[in-house]
Design a protein around this ligand. Structure first.
Ligand SMILES: NC(=O)c1ccc[n+]([C@@H]2O[C@H](COP(=O)([O-])OP(=O)(O)OC[C@H]3O[C@@H](n4cnc5c(N)ncnc54)[C@H](OP(=O)(O)O)[C@@H]3O)[C@@H](O)[C@H]2O)c1
Length: 296
């Protein structure tokens, strides 16, 4: 399997209404015409591939929390309306442009758009404490390799971590929830610990009490992985290749929590908003085609 990234913003490509010369094909796409409104499924015309582009028959598209934020206008990047959300996909190559040499028709590929990444799991080399809001999610994390779990809906995250590791604290926290979860995690750090801000699924962006950074020589840092596509493409590409390799070697096994059809895109969004999602949500577009360029 190969990785494909594209420079041409694919939502606009999806929405190109006029078929180019020799292109009579149509496909369906989910459309966000108005922010904070349900998406519609529309039939759109294919356009010809440019020399550096690849046309992909999309088999599955990831449904991410960030897709919902984009459709509400609450994401850090705001595509022009109307647009089609969707930040990652897998599928097979239907057609390649004349300059493309790394993939060919029939190849299985994955792709990541300008918004975020595809991997939903990380390699576990050290002792990992997984924190989640339900026992079901905690037990999934245990099955996937965590050594300990904390259900933060049942009490203080900081106290639970203290019981697990003592007063020394933890070395690294990766936080995608924000708000009080972030603050409790920050207070659980060890001397010279690091907290990585990944997202704010809980809806609250916490302010960092700077004294906590000073007291234990702690660092708070941000990670916007998808931006590496623009800022440092070799890093972006290397990470994607490693993730694929780890999957092929069985070192990581992404959990598919639910699969929705394209027509069920609004149900899929609801599933995520209601905190029912576990692992990766996928959408099965069925015969949607779009164009992705091979390189930036
Ligand atoms: N920086 C990056 O490169 C990057 C990459 C991917 C995602 N993100 C960001 O990370 C955040 C999470 O994205 P994700 O794809 O990991 O989502 P996800 O898999 O759906 O996870 C979100 C989880 O957050 C928890 N949560 C707590 N309060 C919530 C609330 N009020 N509403 C919904 N969920 C809530 C829920 O778990 P519990 O029920 O267990 O609490 C939920 O399952 C988003 O803000 C996204 O934009 C950033």
């Amino acid at each position: 399997m190969a990785a494909v990234a594209w420079g041409r913003c694919f939502p606009r490509v999806w929405l190109r209404r006029r078929a180019g010369p020799g292109c009579g094909r149509h496909y369906r796409a989910a459309l966000c015409a108005e922010l904070k409104q349900p998406l519609a499924i529309e039939e759109v015309a294919s356009c010809p591939v440019r020399p550096h582009e690849v046309r992909v028959d999309v088999h599955f598209c990831g449904v991410n929390f960030a897709d919902i934020l984009v459709c509400r206008g609450q994401y850090q990047e705001k595509p022009q309306l109307p647009f089609t959300p969707g930040m990652e996909f897998s599928g097979t190559v239907l057609e390649t442009g004349t300059d493309v040499s790394t993939v060919k028709e029939g190849d299985r590929v994955i792709g990541v758009s300008g918004f975020n990444g595809m991997a939903e799991e990380c390699i576990i080399d050290h002792k990992v404490i997984a924190a989640a809001g339900s026992d079901e999610k905690c037990s999934l994390a245990m099955r996937k390799g965590a050594q300990s779990i904390v259900n933060y809906s049942q009490g203080s995250l900081k106290e639970a971590v203290r019981k697990l590791v003592g007063s020394d604290g933890v070395n690294v926290v990766i936080d995608a929830v924000g708000g009080d979860v972030f603050l409790e995690a920050l207070r659980s750090l060890a001397w010279e610990g690091r907290i990585v801000v990944v997202g704010f699924a809980g809806g609250t962006i916490a302010s960092v009490p700077a004294n906590l950074l000073l007291l234990k020589n702690v660092s708070a840092m941000g990670l916007y992985w998808g931006r590496y596509k623009e800022q440092n493409f070799p890093v972006f590409s290397r990470i994607l290749s490693s993730a694929l390799q780890y999957c092929q070697q069985g070192r990581i096994q992404p959990h598919i929590g639910a699969v929705f059809k394209l027509e069920e895109v609004n149900d899929a969004f609801l599933h995520v908003i209601q905190r029912k999602s576990m692992g990766k949500l996928r959408q099965r577009p069925q015969k949607i085609c779009y164009v992705a360029s091979e390189e930036k």
